[in-house]
Design a protein around this ligand. Structure first.
Ligand code: TXA
Ligand code: MG
Length: 318
């Protein structure tokens, strides 16, 4: 085992202030948000944004979310429609990302990877908020995982994948929600669900009305089918365990005979399951599970987003 890397620091005031300096100087800072850990850089600095793509090994056509401290800062970057403003009022700060026409000239063009829109989000996580204030610039941040791997919910996940290639990793324990933000785009005034995520669809639909699914016209590159891949092969909707399989369980009734078991939520709570999903997949991976049976997770609330991630994780590798 490696010892803790020198760039991994508890997210106290001094470390966050240092993070702000590093961002302003064009460096990379991994930081916790309420959804997952992000890999942040100054969104106005092309070279800094390019180093995010380089570190992640991410296809250049995959655009990044720009994080800002509040709606006022978001209005400087993108053009809001009345509905977008209503959604921002209802859900920011929080786990909702809005894709809107780009406005700011100072924003790196690389951030939107050639599109004329920008994805913006006001995170509610305290460390993310403090870092945004310390940096004094919008922070572009994808999830802090190597491209194609599952999102990190702990600072140690980031350290494992990036080692010292990130200037600073701010550690604030487990991300509370554990699933990426829900991404909403617009086709004119019509809201389009680009990515299921930590803000449940039903909550958003209370304000936006029914969300369309992305068509041929509006697509989100993050919807690449293998976006969330653990190393092990997954067998979904399993109610039994085959010889040699590990088990990702859900609920109180857990079949016996698994090599190892993690339970997303023994009480059958989908919110708890969302918070545990990525960390438990990683644990099973790092403990050498090659085949994982996954018990059914109900489709209600965040279950819809959990099942979306599980289907991607189970898809044949391309
Ligand atoms: O919770 C989250 O959203 C985390 C934390 C760090 O904020 N970030 C995150 O970023 O998940 P990332 O880069 O892993 O996912 C961004 C998603 C992708 O599905 C991407 O395709 C989509 O947002 N996206 C970004 N900009 C877009 C744009 N201009 N048009 C359409 N989709 C966009
Ligand atoms: Mg990601």
């Amino acid at each position: 085992m490696n010892s803790a890397p020198a760039n991994l620091r508890t997210a106290d005031a001094a470390a966050i202030a240092r993070g702000g300096e590093i961002i302003r100087a064009g460096g990379l800072v991994a930081f916790p948000t309420e959804t997952v850990y992000g890999l942040g850089a100054d969104a106005t600095n092309d070279r800094a944004v390019a180093s995010i793509f380089a570190a992640k090994g991410r296809p250049q056509f995959n655009p990044l979310i720009v994080h800002v401290p509040d709606v006022v800062a978001a209005e400087e970057i993108v053009a809001f429609t009345p509905l977008a403003r209503k959604l921002a009022q209802a859900f920011w700060p929080g786990a909702l990302t809005l894709v809107l026409p780009r406005k700011a000239k100072k924003l790196s063009l690389l951030v939107s990877a050639g599109l004329d829109t920008v994805a913006v989000r006001v995170p509610s996580g305290a460390v993310a908020q403090k870092l945004l204030h310390a940096a004094g610039t919008p922070i572009a941040a994808p999830s802090a995982n190597v491209s194609g791997r599952i999102s990190p919910t702990l600072a140690s996940h980031v350290a494992e994948e990036f080692g010292e290639t990130v200037d600073l990793i701010l550690d604030d324990g487990a991300a509370t929600l554990g699933l990426e933000s829900t991404v909403i785009g617009f086709d004119g005034e019509n809201p389009v669900l680009l990515r299921l995520g930590a803000m449940a669809r039903a909550e958003i639909e209370k304000i936006a009305g029914p969300l369309a699914m992305p068509g041929a016209k509006i697509t989100s590159p993050g919807q690449l089918i293998n976006h969330y891949a653990p190393l092990a092969a997954l067998r979904l909707n399993a109610n039994d365990v085959k010889p040699g399989e590990a088990l990702l369980a859900f609920g109180a009734h857990v079949p016996e005979g698994a090599r190892m078991t993690r339970n997303l939520s023994a009480t059958g709570n989908v919110k708890e399951a969302a918070a545990n999903l990525f960390a438990m997949l990683r644990e099973l991976d790092s403990n050498g599970a090659q085949n994982i049976a996954v018990m059914p997770v109900p489709e209600h609330g965040l279950g819809e987003a959990i099942n979306d991630r599980l289907r991607r994780a189970a898809a044949p590798r391309t």
